[in-house]
Design a protein around this ligand. Structure first.
Ligand code: TRP
Length: 473
C-alpha cells in the first residue's frame, strides 16, 4: 500500500514545492502593506517571532502526521486515530477546507491572469482606471481565463507529485525569486524609494495593539499553508530519510523572506508615486491593492521609463503574482486529489476530472456572485452585512476555519496520536533532534499555549465576523 506511494524526488524539490504553496498573493501584496500600516519593523519583528515560535511547531506536526501515515488528511486522521469516528471529523474538515479555498483562490488567480493578459496586450492605461476592475470581473472573458488557469493547474497535477508538482515548483519558484529580486532592485532606483523603505522598516511600537498582534499571527499562520491539509499531504510524499524539522525551517524561512522582500518592492513603488501617501488609508485587502491601486502606480512609471517600460514592469509584476498563485493553487487542489486517489482508489486523471467539474461549477457560481446573479450576490447576511457567495466562502474557509484546523492538529498530536509517536517521527531522518532544545520547545508549546492561542483566535473571529462583536481588538 505504502510501497508505491509517490514521493518527492529530492529535499530541494520538497522545499520548493512547499514554499511554492506558502508563497501566495498575500505574501506579495497583503503582507507588505499590513506591515507598513501596523508599525513597520515592529510588525516584522512580531511576525517573525510568531513564525518561529507558533507556526513552526504546527508545521512540523502537520508534516509528521502526513509522513508517518503516508496518507491524505482524511486517511491520516483515520489511520493514526485507529478509526475513531470523532477524529474523522477533523479529517473531513482538512479535506473540505482546501476544496473550498481552492474555489475562491481560483477566482482571484483568474483575475490575475486576466490582468496579465490585458497588460501584455498594451492595456495598462485601461487597468489603471479604478473603475475597470468592477467591469472586468463581470465580462465574459473571465470564463475564458478560468478555462486557461484550470487547464494549467490540471496539467501540472495530472503528471503526479514528482513530474508535476515538483517539476513545476522547480521552474516557477526560481523564476519567481529572480523576478522579485529584479523588481526590488529596479524600484529602489526610483525617486523617493527610500522613504518607502524607511516607512517599512523603522519600528513604531505605538501602533502595536491586540488587533495588530492578532492580525500578524493570523497572517503568519495562513501564509505558511497551515490548517489547510496541504502540509499533511505533502508530508505524506516525503521520504523517511528526510529531515522534517530542518525542511520545515527552510520552508518557513523562504516564505518569510519572500514576504519581506515583497515589501521592498511594493512600498518604494507606492512612495515614489506619492511621497506623502497616507499609509493609514491604504486598503489591506490584497484584492483591492492588486487590481485597483497598484495598476495606477505602474502606469505612473511611464514618466520615468515610458509607457512600454511601465507595461513591462506591470507585466513582470502580474507574472510574479500569477506564478505565486499557481503554485498555491496546485498545492491546495492536491489535497482533495490525494484523498480521491487514496480513499477511493481512483486514478489521478479521474480524480482531477471529478474535482475539475465540481470546483468548476462552484467557481462559476462565485464568478457570477459579483452582481450578475442577484441571489448569489446577496447570498446571506450576517453581522449586519450582506455577503455574496464569494465573500461567504472567503469568510468561512479562509478566515475562520484555518485556526480551528490548526487547533485540531495540536490536540490530535497531543491527545490521540501521542507526543512520543510524534517525536519519534521527527527524529526519523534527523537523529540530532532527539533531546534537543527544539524538541523540548515543540513538545511544550504544542500541548499548552499554541492550542490556547489558536482557540482564542478562532472564537474571536467567529464573534467578530458573524456576530459583530470583538474580544481582541
Ligand atoms: N500565502 C498564501 C497567500 O498569501 C496563503 C496560502 C498558503 C494559500 N497556502 C495556500 C492560498 C494555498 C491558497 C492555497 O495567498
Amino acid at each position: 500500500m505504502t510501497a508505491n506511494r509517490e514521493q518527492f524526488g529530492s529535499r530541494l524539490g520538497f522545499i520548493l514545492a512547499a514554499a511554492g504553496s506558502a508563497v501566495g498573493i498575500g505574501n506579495l501584496v497583503g503582507f507588505p502593506v499590513a506591515a507598513a500600516k501596523n508599525g513597520g519593523g515592529a510588525f516584522l519583528l512580531i511576525y517573525a517571532l510568531f513564525v518561529a515560535l507558533i507556526c513552526l511547531p504546527v508545521m512540523m506536526a502537520e508534516l509528521s502526521i502526513g509522513r508517518n501515515s503516508q496518507k491524505d488528511p482524511l486517511g491520516a486522521y483515520n489511520k493514526l486515530s485507529e478509526g475513531s469516528g470523532a477524529w474523522s471529523i477533523a479529517g473531513w474538515l482538512a479535506l473540505i477546507t482546501p476544496f473550498m479555498i481552492a474555489v475562491f483562490y481560483m477566482v482571484i488567480t483568474v483575475w490575475i491572469f486576466g490582468y496579465l493578459f490585458e497588460v501584455v496586450r498594451g492595456n495598462l492605461d485601461k487597468l489603471a482606471d479604478p473603475a475597470t476592475f468592477g467591469t472586468f470581473i463581470n465580462t465574459n472573458s473571465v470564463f475564458l481565463y478560468f478555462i486557461a488557469v484550470a487547464a494549467v493547474v490540471n496539467l501540472i497535477l495530472v503528471s503526479g507529485v514528482k513530474d508535476g508538482i515538483e517539476r513545476a515548483a522547480k521552474i516557477l519558484m526560481p523564476a519567481l525569486f529572480i523576478m522579485l529580486i529584479g523588481l526590488v532592485v529596479f524600484v529602489l532606483t526610483l525617486d523617493n524609494a527610500f522613504a518607502g523603505v524607511k516607512f517599512y522598516l523603522i519600528p513604531d511600537f505605538s501602533k502595536i495593539d491586540a488587533g495588530v498582534i492578532n492580525g500578524a499571527l493570523s497572517q503568519a499562520f495562513f501564509s505558511l499553508s497551515l490548517g489547510m491539509g496541504i502540509l499533511i499531504t505533502y508530508g505524506s510524499y516525503m521520504n523517511r530519510k528526510e529531515d522534517v524539522p530542518g525542511s520545515a525551517k527552510f520552508v518557513a524561512l523562504a516564505d518569510t523572506a519572500v514576504a519581506f522582500s515583497a515589501g521592498l518592492m511594493i512600498l518604494p513603488a507606492i512612495f515614489s508615486f506619492n511621497p506623502d501617501v497616507n499609509t493609514g488609508e491604504l486598503s489591506e485587502s490584497s484584492v483591492g491593492l492588486i487590481f485597483t491601486f497598484l495598476p495606477k502606480i505602474f502606469l505612473a512609471l511611464q514618466t520615468t521609463i515610458g509607457y512600454f517600460g511601465a507595461s513591462v514592469f506591470a507585466c513582470l509584476f502580474f507574472l510574479l503574482v500569477f506564478f505565486a498563485a499557481i503554485t498555491s493553487l496546485v498545492s491546495i487542489t492536491e489535497v482533495p486529489t490525494s484523498s480521491l486517489v487514496g480513499e477511493r482508489n481512483y486514478s489521478r486523471a479521474k480524480s482531477l476530472t471529478i474535482l475539475g467539474v465540481s470546483m468548476g461549477v462552484l467557481s462559476v457560481l462565485c464568478i457570477l456572485s459579483f452582481g450578475r446573479v442577484g441571489f448569489l450576490t446577496e447570498f446571506v447576511s450576517y453581522a449586519g452585512q450582506s455577503k455574496s457567495l464569494f465573500d461567504v466562502i472567503y469568510d468561512v474557509f479562509y478566515d475562520t476555519i484555518l485556526p480551528l484546523n490548526g487547533l485540531l492538529v495540536c490536540l490530535f498530536v497531543t491527545y490521540r496520536w501521542k507526543k512520543a509517536n510524534f517525536h519519534a517521527e521527527l527524529e526519523t531522518g534527523n537523529p540530532d533532534y532527539k533531546g534537543s532544545l527544539v524538541e523540548r520547545y515543540v513538545d511544550f508549546s504544542l500541548s499548552t499555549f499554541i492550542p490556547v492561542i489558536l482557540a482564542a483566535i478562532f472564537i474571536n473571529t467567529v464573534l467578530t465576523k458573524y456576530f459583530g462583536f470583538s474580544l481582541i481588538g
